[in-house]
Design a protein around this ligand. Structure first.
Ligand code: SF4
Length: 434
């Protein structure tokens, strides 16, 4: 490989590492007799698939030249510390094919700085995908980043060529976006996002009628939110995510803790700021509850709340806010309720329901079903296990979970006054079907 291309690759792959929105989509693409490669359910990416497998992709920028000046981005116009380079279309195609044939990668994630305008940049990304598909018969995975403000015609072609598209919202409020990325606005982001959504929906409808109808971003679309560069709370961030899932039909929202780069007063100072990795983790947990467990936004992050509970995971936090809904009887509760128990996942809830058909489920049976008993012990009832602490003192349960058994938990007296029972709200939150 030519030295000049290797140097570009080092610079542009490093600049691309800040984009978290490229985890595998699980998109499928079969090989053809004249083509090369295929994209399976494992997808691609230097990331983890939804089922936990690690997959690889060539994740690179086409160019780090950018006319925009987003304070949170290493490629911003005003950053004089970086060397500016750009690939040619042929160079990216050659790299992708070379790495794919050597089995280094399973696909390509291609983004770019905006080097002239949105359409000129998008044309280059589309040209790479077109050449890979049409000139080289490449059937591996392609994820293209949509440049905010790109025209519908280019987006349509991008959707025909790529397995996944993503347009990054980046900052979780428009006011915040204006503050740190003055050239951007939400229209530039949500216009293309809506076009991609409609393209996906129409292609699915067409393929129901005719399986030969062309695909359109069959792996769906995703986005990234930068956490911590601007002051939005977790509730505000999850409100936005909830809307992105329900209205824009996004497959995934990725949360990326802001990494301070220095040299820009519009974002937190690297001397005092630490990337909010713990917050990022809690947001992924809450997002999971919204997408997979049938929780409502208000159950995960109550209206008016700020950030998620740092001490306990969002499901435990929910259970501690609604103690009168627990403990849940392992042998009679519907699967939707079992899934709401801290320490119980979807798979173990289903295992419990299956085991009930064979007989009464006892405490020891739960261990073999993958239940995290350290948390679940306070919220589940079996014939040989009857916890009462959640009813009497949810704060003591919190202390036991946070601090380990006994740490900080008050010893309950046999002669203590009768526990105060919290009144159920007029409309107790009922689980939706997952
Ligand atoms: S437009 Fe994209 S590449 Fe350019 S500065 Fe903003 S985030 Fe960075």
């Amino acid at each position: 490989m030519r030295r000049q291309v290797i140097e570009k690759l080092e610079i542009l792959a490093d600049a691309a590492k800040y984009d978290a929105s490229c985890a595998s989509s699980g998109g499928k693409r079969e090989n053809s007799p004249t083509g090369i490669g295929n994209s399976t359910g494992a997808g691609i990416c230097h990331s983890y698939t939804e089922d936990g497998r690690c997959v690889s992709l060539l994740k690179v920028l086409f160019s780090n030249v950018c006319i925009y000046d987003c304070a949170y981005c290493v490629s911003r116009r005003s950053n004089e510390e970086v060397t500016r380079v750009a690939f040619t279309v042929d160079e990216v195609v050659e790299l992708t094919m070379g790495f794919y044939k050597r089995n280094y990668i399973e696909g390509l994630f291609l983004s770019s700085g905006i080097f002239k305008d949105a359409d000129t940049t998008t044309e280059k990304l589309v040209a790479v995908a077109r050449s890979l598909r049409q000139d080289h018969g490449f059937n591996g995975y392609i994820h293209l980043k949509v440049i905010p403000g790109a025209s519908p015609e280019l987006l349509t072609e991008a959707g025909r060529l790529a397995d996944r598209l993503s347009v990054n919202v980046e900052i979780p409020s428009e006011a915040g976006l204006k503050q740190v990325a003055p050239e951007k606005d939400y229209d530039q982001v949500f216009g293309p996002m809506g076009h991609v959504r409609d393209g996906i929906t129409e292609a699915k409808e067409e393929r129901k009628k005719d399986r030969r109808a062309p695909r359109f971003a069959a792996g769906g679309q995703s986005t990234q939110l930068v956490i911590g560069a601007t002051p939005e709370t977790d509730r505000q961030i999850l409100e936005l995510s909830d809307g992105l899932y329900s209205e824009q039909k996004l497959r995934r929202v990725y949360y990326s803790g802001f990494v301070p780069l220095g040299g820009d007063d519009r974002v937190p100072d690297p001397e005092t700021y630490r990337a909010p990795l713990h917050r990022e983790h809690r947001l992924y947990q809450a997002d999971w509850l919204l997408r997979k467990y049938g929780f409502d936004l208000d159950e995960v992050a109550p209206p008016g709340s700020g950030n998620l509970d740092a001490e306990v995971d969002p499901k435990t936090s929910y259970a501690l806010r609604f103690p009168y809904l627990f403990p849940v009887d392992v042998n009679t509760a519907p699967v939707e309720w079992l899934q709401r128990v801290p320490g119980l996942g979807i798979r173990s809830a289903k295992r419990i329901v299956a085991a009930r058909r064979r007989g009464v489920v006892r405490w020891d049976d739960l261990r073999t079903m993958g239940v995290v008993l350290k948390r679940a012990q306070f919220f589940l009832t079996t014939p040989d296990h009857r916890p009462q602490l959640i009813d009497r003192d949810p704060n003591a349960v919190r202390q036991r979970i946070v601090g380990g058994r006994g740490d900080g938990a008050p010893q309950l007296s046999l002669f203590a006054p009768a526990p105060v029972r919290l009144a159920a709200p007029a409309s107790a939150p009922l689980p939706k079907a997952a």
